[in-house]
Structure formats: C-alpha cells, structure tokens
Write a protein that binds this ligand. Structure first.
Ligand SMILES: O=C(CO)[C@H](O)[C@H](O)COP(=O)(O)O
Length: 417
C-alpha cells in the first residue's frame, strides 16, 4: 500500500509522505517527508519553555530566531522570553530519567498544539521517520522515536558540515534559527536511539546490486550496510566508491552505511562522501590518528562510525567517544558473510549501552532470527544482518522479526529506566 498525505500551511509546503506496507510489514518510506522549517524553530521554542532554569543568558542572534519562531507558529506554543538564549545542557546530574521524559512529553504536547503538520505526521506514522526541512537537498532530519514519544533533531547529508570547534559542535550551512534549534535539541539529552535494520548485501547477487538493494528497502530495511574490503585489512575484496557512486542515483534517499574494512581509512573519505555515503565506519585497528580522521569524516558531511574487531577491547574507544556517532561491534572476524555469531561480544554492547545511553550501537556478523534476542537485550539498536536476510525466501519476514525483537527490548529498557 502506498499512501500520501498533503498538508498545507501558512507557508507553501506540501508535505508528501509515501508509506509502503507489504505483507503487513510496517514502514517503509520511499522519500523523506518534507516540511517547512518552522517545526524546528518550534522545537527550540518549547525547549526554552521547558527548561526555564537554564535559559537566562542574553544572546542577540538567538533572540532574533526565537522571535521569528513565535511569529511563524500557527498558535504560539509557549510564552518564550524574547531575549532568552536556549542553553539547555546535557541532563543535569541528579536529573531523573522521569524528569527527562516529562520534558520530552511537554515538547511533544506543545508541538501538538502549535504544529498541526507535525502532529498529523507523527500520528499518522506512529513510528520513527525522518522529516526534512523542505529543501531538495535534505539538511536536517528530525527523527520521531517509536517508544517514548522522543523527538530528536539530527543533521545529515552533505549540505551541512558539522565541525567540532573548541570542543563544541558547530554547523555550517544552516541558518541561525536552524542552528539554534539543533543546539537545543541535540543538547537536551532527549536523544534516545531507535531501532534500525540495515541488511548487508555482501552475500547478495552483486551482479544486480541495485535490484538487490531495492529489494531490501522494499522489504522494510531502514538503511543499507555496504561492506568495503581491500584485501589488506581483511583477507577479501569487494567494491569501492565507484560502485557506491553508481548506486546513489538509483536510490537517492537511502542511508548508505559504509563499513570500511580497509587499511588507511583516511584515504577514502572524500571519495566516499562524493559518492553519496551517509556514514563512514572505519576500523579503530586500522587508524593512527583517530581524532583527525573523525574530523575529516564530519567535515565531509558523513556520520562517524567506528568498528571494533572481536579481539579489540571496548575501552579502546573511550578517549575518543565524543567523536563517534556510531560504534560498530563486530560479532565475527571481519572479511566474510555467513560466519557464526560470537555471543561473548555482547558484553561490549552492554558496556556501551550502560555508559552511552544515547549512542547508536551497531552489531554486525551472524545476526539473524536465532541470535537477535541476545543482541537486542544487550542494547544494540542498529542491526546489520547479511545472509539471514539476503538468503531468506521472504526477507521482509526476517526484517520484521529482527525489528520486533529490538523494539521490544528498547521498550522494556525504557520502562525500567
Ligand atoms: O562485515 C561483514 C563481514 O565482515 C558483514 O557485514 C557481515 O558478516 C554480514 O553477514 P552475515 O550476517 O552473514 O554474517
């Protein structure tokens, strides 16, 4: 079933949503939803309201954006002080998760009153989907999380450059309003990870790569995990950026997670960004200057992933943990699909989830219906699965099963918080 909705606003946007359901499997979006950016401004506004204790510092640039935000809402959602600066830091020590969820709830409620399109979209989807800001080249993706009505703003795609300046994240290519909204949202501590299933096409029929990839997406996959092997870091060879570049126009909106099993990963950052990759996951064992590589990846507009081979202790990432968007825990020796899952790697996942509740934790190797429960219970939320999906007679059934396990585990862990 393909559906679409149109929402008109005081500004031009027509919000188009393409939702596809096959064999009762939930979710698939052909294209991102497009909305007018005021929704993001609105988020900033409600953050300011929610966290009044923290919003006292005068910052002229930001007061301008807040005034504009109020003016563009259908009904102002909050009496925001004109001159206040949105400055909610990460959750205060001692702040309970209940308080944090209450804050999130307030934001969601406020949006429901002030932002009809968001409410409609959220209600319609009842799940987590990206919403872009209306440009043809997506700048900001707003993820609506499935379980706890959590809202997150994330930056993706190459039109935005994210840089770390003096330990602070800076965004280039955004208006001050957008930047303020992102700052408020990303620093609010409300960013909880959600379940994403990314089939690895390593063992698929690579002679018809685009068709195989489309099949995965139509079966309900959230993203594609593309394994790049150089015959050096791992004893196998696959493909590189020229193939990714050919694939990109055939699926312009699909998230490409590049698993770079290569020596000297810094060598391929620009080419992969240019080819249209969204996430660049390098192996920590293959890299000498980790901060420099992370900076390079961020500056080229991709999310930063770091992979750990089974023999690499999880603590290795600790000095750099702020620099990563995703940590990939390998549950096989990298190089080949179809190997047996190493359950003892789950202690690494548990350690990461306990210490980094907002981190995207990805698991790769031997993950399928028989092993997913261990992965989900340990706390992983990005699930790579190769042969279990590509070799299945009905990939959509396997994807739905994996998703179900992870979503249940996320829900359970949130109830226990
Ligand atoms: O990175 C990989 C191997 O290095 C693959 O992504 C992974 O092994 C997926 O295949 P399978 O699920 O069959 O193990």
């Amino acid at each position: 079933m393909t559906s679409s909705i149109s929402i008109t606003e005081h500004q031009p946007p027509t919000v188009s949503l393409f939702l596809q359901q096959q064999n009762n499997t939930r979710r698939h979006i052909e294209r991102p939803i497009r909305v007018w950016p005021f929704a993001m401004e609105c988020l900033a506004e409600t953050e300011a309201e929610t966290d009044t204790a923290e919003t006292t510092e005068d910052q002229p640039g930001n007061s301008e954006s807040l005034t504009a935000a109020t003016a563009t809402s259908l009904q102002p959602v909050a009496n925001v002080k004109k001159d206040c600066y949105i400055k909610q830091a990460s959750p205060k020590s001692g702040q309970s998760s209940k308080q944090s969820l209450d804050g999130t709830k307030k934001i969601v409620e406020a949006e429901a009153v002030g932002c009809a399109p968001f409410f409609g979209v959220k209600h319609y989807l009842n799940n987590f989907y990206g919403i872009t800001d209306g440009d043809t080249d997506a700048k900001i993706v707003r993820i609506i999380e499935p379980m706890a009505s959590v809202s997150v703003v994330k930056v993706t795609k190459s039109s935005v450059r994210r840089r770390i300046v003096s330990g602070k994240t800076k965004y280039c290519g955004l208006t001050s309003k957008e930047e303020g909204a992102i700052e408020a949202a990303t620093m609010s501590g409300h960013t909880l990870p959600c379940c994403k299933i990314g089939p690895s096409i390593l063992c698929a029929d690579l002679s018809c790569l685009a068709d195989e990839c489309r099949k995965m997406i139509h079966s309900g996959a959230d993203y594609l995990h593309l394994d790049v092997m150089d015959g050096n870091f791992v004893p196998n060879l696959t493909f590189g950026h020229p193939i990714v570049k050919c694939l990109r126009p055939k699926m312009p909106d699909i998230y490409f997670d590049m698993h770079m099993m290569v020596q000297n990963p810094e060598k391929w950052v620009e080419s992969m960004a240019d080819a249209g990759a969204n996430q660049y996951t390098f192996h920590i064992e293959a890299c000498e200057d980790i901060p420099a590589l992370c900076r390079k990846i961020q500056e080229s507009g991709m999310r930063v992933g770091v992979g750990l081979k089974p023999g690499t202790p999880v603590e290795t990432i600790l000095p750099y943990s702020d620099l990563f968007d995703v940590v990939l825990i390998m549950t096989v020796e990298p190089g080949f699909g179809g190997q047996s899952f190493m359950e003892d790697m789950m202690s690494k996942v548990q350690y990461l989830r306990t210490n980094f509740p907002y981190l995207d934790i990805e698991v790769d190797g031997g993950v399928g219906p028989n092993t997913i429960d261990a992965v989900a219970e340990a706390g992983a939320n990005m699930i790579v699965s190769g042969t279990a999906i590509t070799g299945a007679s009905d990939p959509s059934q396997v994807i739905a099963l994996l998703r179900n396990s992870v979503e249940n585990a996320i829900q359970k862990s949130q109830l226990e918080r």
